[in-house]
Design a protein around this ligand. Structure first.
Ligand code: PLP
Length: 320
């Protein structure tokens, strides 16, 4: 478990590295739903997602403790964030990516001076390799969500929401491994337990939904088929799950077509490019419009990294 104080300390530790991202509003979106909708815009964060918050909180402390080398096992937003902060701090980083990683993602890591190593196609192959490299070079392996420093860093999004949207009543958060949600839940519920916090997953990656229902961590198959690539984890973390169990008010499942519609609406009307994982939060608010009429609602827009080559496959006609 983490606590509010650790999140407040994380905020101080990372404030010179990260942006305090804006809250965006759209009359059209609010009208469409019938509630006051606020988008916490982590797609405008450094490296294009909130992952830089946890990565910075973790890597800074590791370097203070003498780490000379950093590794991670992700070609996505976490890999980019770890490469970025390591470069900022002048520490070499190796990011282990799958052999079929898209070029644009590999290029982003290389732009931050990260060394890219290819290994297998599954995280079960990548993670041991990244840990082994860390050990060989007197460094540390930075996991994507299941670590108190990562969770506390992601929780700083929650502190900002509380400051920026006074009187917020409902918050929708996309859930992958649960780092973002467990951090925000701790920040929000330890400040004001009356605020409703609702998790969002794609229907075809519903591991947290099932785990909560079963009262224990329940892995699922087929999550790789979701367009929400940040939410393809097959199960919540050992450290994040108890916090989700303790604090999460509800979980909403959204369909792939609903994710596309929400992403297209935000691009068309608000001119904001958000990634499918983030669009799930908007899709959830649309789906639950009857329950949130007239309320002050924050959707956490977790990131905006989309491979240009795939954009046309993700967009639909919003007039339907
Ligand atoms: C990683 C990620 C998530 C999920 O965060 P967890 O901490 O794994 O729950 C959601 N959206 C985006 C854009 C991400 O990169």
């Amino acid at each position: 478990m983490i606590n509010l104080k650790e999140i407040q300390e994380a905020k101080k530790r990372i404030k010179d590295t990260i942006h305090e991202t804006p809250i965006l509003q759209s009359e059209q979106l609010s009208e469409q739903i019938g509630a006051q909708i606020f988008l916490k815009s982590e797609h405008l964060q450094k490296t294009g997602s909130f992952k830089i918050r946890g990565a910075t909180n973790r890597v800074k402390q590791a370097v203070d403790e003498g780490a000379k080398f950093i590794t991670a096992a992700s070609s996505g937003n976490h890999g980019q964030a770890v490469a970025y902060i390591s470069n900022q701090l002048g520490i070499p980083a190796t990011i282990v990516v799958p052999e079929d990683a898209t070029k644009s993602k590999v290029r982003a890591i290389e732009q931050y001076n990260g060394t890219v190593e290819y290994c297998g196609t599954t995280s079960a192959e990548r993670i041991p390799r990244a840990k082994e490299l860390a050990e060989q070079h007197g460094g540390i392996f930075v996991p994507p969500y299941d670590h108190p420093h990562i969770m506390a860093g992601q929780g700083t999004v929650g502190l900002e929401i509380l400051e920026q949207v006074k009187g917020v009543e409902v918050i929708y958060i996309p859930i992958g491994g649960g780092g973002l949600s467990s951090g925000i839940l701790t920040a929000v519920k330890e400040t004001n337990p009356d605020i409703k916090v609702i998790g969002v997953e794609p229907s075809i990656a519903n591991d947290v939904y099932l785990s909560l229902k079963n009262g224990e961590i329940t892995p699922v198959n087929g999550t790789e088929n979701s367009i929400a690539d940040g939410l393809r984890t097959t199960q919540p973390g050992d450290m994040t799950f108890p916090i989700l169990q303790k604090y999460l008010d509800d979980i909403v499942l959204v369909e792939e077509e609903e994710i596309k519609w929400a992403m297209s609406f935000v691009l068309e009307r608000m001119k904001q490019m958000i990634e499918p994982s983030s669009a799930t939060a908007v899709a959830a608010a649309i789906k639950e419009r009857d329950q949130i009429q007239g309320k002050k609602v924050v959707c956490v827009i977790s990131g905006g990294n989309v491979d240009i080559a795939t954009i046309s496959d993700l967009l639909v006609d919003t007039k339907r």
